[in-house]
Design a protein around this ligand. Structure first.
Ligand SMILES: O=P(O)(O)O[C@H]1[C@H](O)[C@@H](O)[C@H](OP(=O)(O)O)[C@@H](O)[C@H]1O
Ligand code: MG
Ligand code: MG
Ligand code: MG
Length: 307
């Protein structure tokens, strides 16, 4: 790895390859058919793919960056992994980028990497494979700065021979791995949960008078719909989402001009002392300038209940 590149670029470049490797593990577990499903709580599944993908990403990252803080959804994991899970190379194109001045001298101690090794676990167990993503978010201080969103099953629906793609973004630089699209003008398409709704979450969706509501799985997948111009906003007016669900999507979305906050418009903090639960819900918009409209139109009782 080019040690001369700033840390933030080295982390993103390396995490792109680590997320790709984790995606292959997710496909392998699925095709072997032994999912090893455990329910961690209520409607909160974990599979062998979640566990193995996390071990791959964390063991690989720790070999290269032993002094950073890493927080993974599946808790502390055994870092003894098969040698072919250990990623050693980085994406060379990201290492060549010009780093924004403010991130040039970021040190290990300021960095927290938030890992969601498999986002959309419930959908994975149901065979809704295109809802699955691998999320690696890189925070500096309390700010989400870099993000990697890997889709292990990109191309599955169209029968592509080779599956998967990896999107990334860095604030102040931009995005890569895909071409951003703007959602259609004069329409309001909202993405929301398909499996974790409640009365307040429904009230928020109703108040926004959408032309279309897309009920889909995965926090990463919902933000992807905004990035691809398929939805204008992602609205989830309840608790349940966690920092590892939003760190990477927030960084990529904001690097292309969108916004991700709680339902009151406050940004989540991603430093190592922060809470893990996104208790204020999730509001993400493809065009950041639309964000305030959504906040104003969310009923006050909903906003008040999500403090
Ligand atoms: O990584 P997992 O546990 O699959 O992440 C969850 C999110 O925490 C949860 O918010 C999402 O809920 P909805 O799809 O109901 O919005 C869930 O899909 C998973 O992404
Ligand atoms: Mg989970
Ligand atoms: Mg998740
Ligand atoms: Mg997960």
């Amino acid at each position: 790895m080019a040690q001369s590149s700033p840390l933030i670029l080295r982390l993103v470049a390396f995490s792109i390859n680590a997320a790709n490797r984790a995606g292959k593990i997710i496909r392998d577990v699925w095709s072997q058919g032994e999912l090893g499903i455990v329910d961690k709580g209520k409607n909160d599944l974990q599979t062998e793919a979640d566990r193995s993908a996390q071990r791959c990403i964390i063991a690989s990252l720790l070999r290269q960056f032993p002094n950073i803080t890493i927080i993974g959804e599946e808790g502390s994991s055994n870092c003894e992994v098969p040698s072919d899970w250990l990623v050693t190379e980085s994406d060379p194109s990201v290492l060549q980028l010009n780093c924004p001045k403010e991130f040039e001298s970021v040190t290990d101690k300021e960095v927290v990497v938030w890992v969601d090794p498999l986002d959309g676990t419930s959908e994975y167990t149901q065979g809704l494979l295109e809802h699955v993503t691998v999320l690696v978010g890189i925070a500096v201080g309390s700010q989400a700065v870099g993000g990697i969103i890997h889709q292990p099953y990109y191309g599955y629906a169209s029968g592509a021979e080779s599956l998967g793609r990896t999107l990334w973004g860095i604030k102040g630089i931009g995005v890569g791995g895909f071409t951003p699209s703007i959602p259609p003008a004069n329409q309001r398409i909202i993405a929301t949960t398909r499996s974790h709704s409640n009365a307040l979450a429904e009230q928020a969706i109703e108040a926004l008078k959408a032309d279309k509501v897309l009920c889909v799985g995965g926090a990463g997948h919902k933000v992807l719909l905004l990035m691809e111009g398929k939805a204008h906003a992602y609205v989830f007016a309840r608790d349940g989402c966690k920092r590892w669900d939003t760190c990477a999507p927030e960084a990529v979305l904001e690097a292309m001009g969108g916004r991700l906050t709680d339902m009151r418009g406050n940004q989540y903090a991603y430093d190592h002392n922060t809470y893990h639960a996104n208790k204020g819900g999730v509001l993400a918009t493809a065009k950041g300038e639309d964000h305030d409209w959504y906040i104003r139109n969310i009923p006050e009782n909903v906003r008040e209940s999500l403090k």
